[in-house]
Ligand binder design. Structure first.
Ligand SMILES: [Zn+2]
Length: 289
């Protein structure tokens, strides 16, 4: 969950260019007829922050999806939307904005799916980078059984500018029985509920736990090494956290280090506790690869 800046070219601004370019094409009449309604609907999308609880489907685009979908699926070279789409695809992130896992998210996700909302298929505010795993879980879902939106929108949901998740490490610390992914305390109730739907919708808990188990083992080994070298364990973990905060406050590594630093008992065990003996085998040279 990362807050992203809205794409530079505004969605309504781009839409006007698309409609102007279509004035001479094969679907000229179609776009001339729907242009004003379409623009209104895109403006309504922006005003409603893309929220599927309030944004209605459009009979016109459901009846005639092809002209809209073609814009996204086969954008003509040099046309306004082709330039915007390739710029969005070229922008390489290091962390998936939806889940926080490391790695370059390769696909553009349609926040409102193009099957249900063909007229938003090419609208920048509806498109954001996402990793393949998230995309495989999100599919065309938008609302839960109570008609509440499931997913956080990376352009509009400001609250993910701050860290929103923490991990609770269960004892024994050398081989924890559990790692539990939890919302941060103090979130507004509706935002916390949205976050929990998002976490469940992307099956984040098992994915995060798989990652954090390994990370925790690495940290214990590294801490054993720090202690052998008389380094200040807490200062070192703080510097790991700071490094990761720069990459993304809701990145998995940042959530882990920040959670360790907030857990007094775990921190005390790392500083003073009995570490497993077999682990103190890290090289202490900076030249090791
Ligand atoms: Zn992801």
């Amino acid at each position: 969950m990362t807050k992203l800046d809205l794409p530079k070219k505004g969605s309504v601004e781009l839409l006007k260019e698309i409609i102007a370019e279509r004035a001479k094409g094969v679907n000229a009449k179609f776009f001339a007829r729907v242009g004003d309604d379409w623009t209104e609907r895109v403006q309504a999308f922006i005003d409603a922050a893309g929220n599927p609880e309030v944004i209605k489907q459009w009979d016109e685009s459901l009846a005639n999806p092809t002209p809209f979908l073609t814009l996204y699926n086969s954008p003509a070279d040099g046309h306004a939307h082709q330039i915007v789409l390739s710029a969005m695809r070229e922008k390489k992130l290091q962390i998936c904005p939806s889940c926080g896992e490391d790695g370059t998210p390769h696909t553009l996700d349609h926040y409102l799916p193009k099957t249900d909302f063909p007229h938003f298929s090419v609208i920048p505010a509806n498109l954001s980078p996402m990793c393949d795993i998230c995309q495989g879980h999100k599919l065309a879902e938008t609302l839960d059984k109570d008609d509440l939106r499931i997913f956080i929108h990376p352009y509009f949901d400001q609250f993910v500018e701050n860290r929103v998740l923490r991990i609770v490490v269960g004892e024994p610390y050398e081989a924890p029985h559990s790692f539990e992914l939890m919302p941060m305390d103090g979130l507004e109730a509706d935002l916390e509920a949205l976050l929990l739907r998002h976490v469940a919708g992307l099956k984040l808990q098992p994915r995060f736990v798989h990652f954090v188990k390994e990370m925790h083992g690495h940290l214990i080994r590294t801490v054993a090494n720090m202690r052998a070298l008389d380094q200040n364990v807490v200062h070192q973990i703080r510097s790991f956290r700071k490094l990761e905060a720069g990459r993304g406050k809701n990145g998995w590594r940042h959530i882990y280090f920040a959670s360790v630093l907030k857990d007094g008992d775990l921190l005390d065990w790392l500083v003073n506790g009995q570490l497993p003996e077999f682990i103190d085998t890290l090289p202490d040279s900076d030249n090791e690869d």
